[in-house]
Design a protein around this ligand. Structure first.
Ligand SMILES: NC(=O)c1ccc[n+]([C@@H]2O[C@H](COP(=O)([O-])OP(=O)(O)OC[C@H]3O[C@@H](n4cnc5c(N)ncnc54)[C@H](O)[C@@H]3O)[C@@H](O)[C@H]2O)c1
Ligand SMILES: O=C(O)C[C@H](O)C(=O)O
Length: 314
């Protein structure tokens, strides 16, 4: 934790919950919070810092007064942007959030050009694309959070279905963080046993559909925004893996450069995370049906990237 500094830009539901989680885990010595809502960010920094002290964690949380306060950040998490509301898809946020994400990148380019970026803002894959294109950073520096969240949701629905194995469920979800995400039942296990050995096709299909709609289910219930506890925890795992060079493998959204047969497009794939950000991309042996589903998902992200190229980067 010595001298490790994490920046969080966008201190709303996800950003503040992430700051709280990181401060309580004590995995970095400093957290700096940046948001356009200046009073809120000051209040959040004080409150979270004080809660860390109560927990005897020595993480100090401060508000950023300007971009210069991002200096020295090892990792910057971007959670700035609008969340969707009922009746919206994540893709409806495309141009609004591209503007926000690329505007916050300006400070990062100046003050923390060597930091690793974890992108959370939606539509996730298109925002990773936006961050890479507007920063000019190498692809290993810019990583999107979604796969850990989607896999956690899948594990939740598996547990609901089978009724045992809590804490022993590993799930795998690939592709974009959208309606076409690709849950992989044959790479998902309960205590090491693959899902197709335990559940019927119908039960598995049900889990797959629930996983795809996991975000929407919460948006409909909350009415004012989207999920944040699971997203924040998922992001904290990525922060930890990079800061501590853990070389753990997590599903993350990254710019593909030939992997799985795609390039210059972002997709969710298993990635080894370490101090260089992306250490390695793992290529699974997908069957033909999974390859087709992955292609469909990548094509959806390509459509968003094309819109960005036409209407935003042009
Ligand atoms: N990748 C995922 O799996 C995932 C999960 C949950 C949420 N999200 C996305 O993360 C984003 C944030 O969600 P939330 O629930 O925290 O929303 P929120 O509305 O609670 O917080 C967003 C914050 O961004 C801030 N902001 C807006 N423009 C800014 C700018 N230019 N600079 C700095 N801060 C700025 C707002 O002031 C606000 O505090 C949304 O786009 C949401 O869809 C993604
Ligand atoms: O569903 C959303 O809009 C937020 C996020 O992407 C999620 O999956 O919870």
């Amino acid at each position: 934790m010595d001298n490790k500094k994490v920046g969080i830009i966008g201190v709303g539901n996800v950003g503040s919950t992430l700051a709280y989680t990181l401060a309580h885990k004590g995995i970095c010595s400093k957290i700096v919070l940046k948001d356009i809502r200046e009073n809120i960010v000051q209040a959040m920094a004080l409150d979270i810092s004080q809660s860390a002290n109560a927990a005897k964690s020595h993480t100090i949380v401060t508000p950023a007064k300007s971009g210069v306060d991002l200096k020295g950040c090892d990792i910057i998490v971007i959670t700035a942007g609008l969340p969707r509301k009922p009746g919206m898809s994540r893709d409806d946020l495309l141009l609004t959030n591209a503007k926000i994400v690329s505007s916050v990148i300006e400070d990062i380019k100046i003050y923390a050009p060597k930091s690793k970026l974890i992108i959370v803002s939606n539509p996730l894959d298109a925002m990773v694309y936006t961050a890479i294109k507007s920063s000019g950073f190498s692809r290993n520096q810019v990583i999107g959070m979604a796969g850990i969240l989607d896999s956690a949701r899948m594990s939740h629905f598996i547990l609901e279905k089978v009724g045992y194995g809590a804490g022993q469920i590993e799930s795998s979800v690939m592709g974009g963080h959208g309606d076409d995400m690709v849950p992989l039942p044959n790479y998902s296990t309960v205590a090491g046993v693959a899902l197709p050995e335990i559940l019927s096709k119908n039960d598995i299909n049900d889990i797959v559909e629930k996983t795809k709609n996991g975000g929407l289910q919460i948006v409909k219930l909350l009415e004012t925004g989207s999920a944040y506890y699971a997203p924040a925890h998922a992001t904290s795992l990525m922060v930890e893996a990079i800061l501590d060079n853990k070389r753990k493998i997590y599903p993350c959204a990254v710019m593909l450069d030939g992997e799985y047969g795609y390039e210059n497009i972002v997709g969710g794939v298993p990635v080894m995370l370490g101090s260089n950000g992306i250490e390695k991309i793992i290529e699974l042996n997908l069957n033909n049906e999974q390859k087709e589903l992955f292609e469909k998902s990548i094509n959806s992200v390509k459509e968003l990237a094309n819109t960005l190229e036409e209407k935003f980067f042009n």
